[in-house]
Ligand binder design. Structure first.
Ligand code: AMP
Length: 419
């Protein structure tokens, strides 16, 4: 028999999350959400698509994400909708729509979910990818910056992924701060235009700070001597940055100041940070975040400052390496003979109802086949029901780690396998 080729494959740049990787994914996501909940961050979910304008205005039309990567479509009602490329704009839209900003502040929210960007796929870069996201909305206190950054670093520590944190302040858009700096930077870039890569020359007028993110060797060489934002922060932004750093120091959080760190989304103000992990090739950013004190206003709301982060779960999984089955199955019921089948199903159900992870054979396998499947399941015990056992009202319990086995009465099974 020749194996038939499947007719379809997943769309380019997307991937299926299959076991065992899916187990690790679930564990990591749960670890994060539990950890954030412990600091008072409530779960939130927003639609996977929004009115396109939410991202155009929120994320910014000059950003690459909006300009080149959005999955935008017109629905049957002639509305322009976009699959969310990131979460912060959606969460802020929800906060403003439901007037959460007029309730108790800050609004502290966390979410796990898929994002969509039409990027060129490569290792660690997908068109549908998962983020775990945290937002503290309604405060510009440096305490919030420190709290949010501490949560992210503790999350990485808890899942066992070493990361390096880069930290910067990109000021605010006022003329005494990023406004004046941008002019200085533009003058610098113009005087070195001949050595910049063509796509970076185009950025001079649209988004000059993004030239720091260029992958082109020639631009990178030029940017080594470029003026940096931290030398041009206004008094208030400089003070805010100093406070954030001293709070992080008080928490003994290790960071590397990188005055060339800029972030890809236009809404960022003041604090910006990124987490780099190993094993990821050119896509080394395992997460990032920052302040977005002007975002609510660009969405038509009042002044509502905020800070948050988004960590890339696909890259975290890649960087962690080998995935592991972490099935909660503890017992595997082996049935020998037809009479035992229904008893096996009843016993498996009884154990599950008692909270004990249990599997049983659904393929009418031989004894040998069932024992093999029991080891595949990750169970610690095989609970064997044969004719002899059934007559005696007993089961044979085999410890799959030590190989020892013993017969126990039906009533003792539950206690024995939960030991
Ligand atoms: P950003 O929303 O661009 O700040 O991204 C935050 C994090 O999401 C990044 O540090 C990555 O870990 C992850 N990420 C962003 N884009 C992608 C992508 N196309 N594929 C996989 N992960 C991504």
């Amino acid at each position: 028999m020749t194996a038939e080729k499947p007719s379809f494959s997943a769309p380019k740049g997307t991937r299926d999350l299959l076991p065992p990787e899916s187990w690790t994914f679930q564990r990591i996501a749960r670890t994060g959400m539990d950890l954030f909940a412990q600091a008072g961050y409530a779960p939130v979910d927003t639609p996977l698509f929004e009115h396109t304008e939410v991202f155009e205005r929120g994320v910014g039309a000059t950003s690459e994400v909006v300009g080149k990567q959005m999955y935008t479509f017109i629905d049957k009602g002639d509305r322009s909708l976009t699959l969310r490329p990131e979460l912060t704009a959606s969460v802020m839209r929800a906060v403003l729509e439901h007037r959460l900003d007029r309730g108790p502040l800050p609004v502290k929210l966390a979410c796990v979910g898929p994002m969509f960007r039409q990027e060129r796929p490569q290792k660690g870069r997908y068109r549908q990818f998962w983020q775990i996201d945290v937002e503290a909305i309604g405060t510009d206190s440096p305490l919030a910056d420190a709290e949010v950054i501490e949560l992210a670093t503790r999350f990485y520590a808890e899942i066992g992924l070493p990361v390096q944190m880069l930290l910067n302040s990109i000021g605010h858009p006022g003329p005494d701060c990023r406004g004046a700096y941008t002019q200085t930077l533009v003058t610098f870039l113009r005087s070195h235009e001949g050595r910049l890569a063509p796509e970076d020359v185009d950025r001079i007028d649209t988004n000059p700070m993004r030239t720091f993110d260029s992958k082109a060797e020639t631009t990178i060489a030029v940017m080594k001597d470029a003026p940096v934002i931290t030398d041009h922060l206004c008094g208030a932004c400089a003070e805010h940055y100093a406070s954030v750093k001293s709070l992080l120091d008080a928490l003994e959080i290790v960071y590397t100041e990188d005055p060339r760190l800029v972030r890809g989304l236009d809404y960022y103000t003041r604090t910006a940070f990124e987490f780099l992990a190993g094993n990821l090739g050119s896509q080394s950013a395992a997460g990032g975040g920052g302040r977005y004190d002007g975002l609510a206003e660009t969405l038509g709301g009042p002044h509502v400052p905020g800070i948050g982060f988004a960590l890339g779960l696909d890259r975290i999984l890649l960087s962690l390496g080998e995935a592991r089955e972490v099935t909660p199955v503890r017992a595997y019921v082996v049935a020998l003979g037809q009479g035992a089948e229904v008893e096996a199903l009843k016993l498996a159900t009884k154990l599950r109802r008692a909270g004990i992870g249990t599997e049983l054979d659904l393929m009418v396998r031989s004894m040998k086949g069932q024992m093999k499947d029991a080891s595949r399941s990750g169970a610690r015990y095989a609970v064997i029901l044969g004719d002899d056992e059934l007559v005696a009202g007993e089961a044979t319990i085999k410890d799959l780690e030590s190989g020892e086995q013993e017969r126990v009465g039906f009533d003792a099974i539950e206690g024995r396998v939960s030991e």
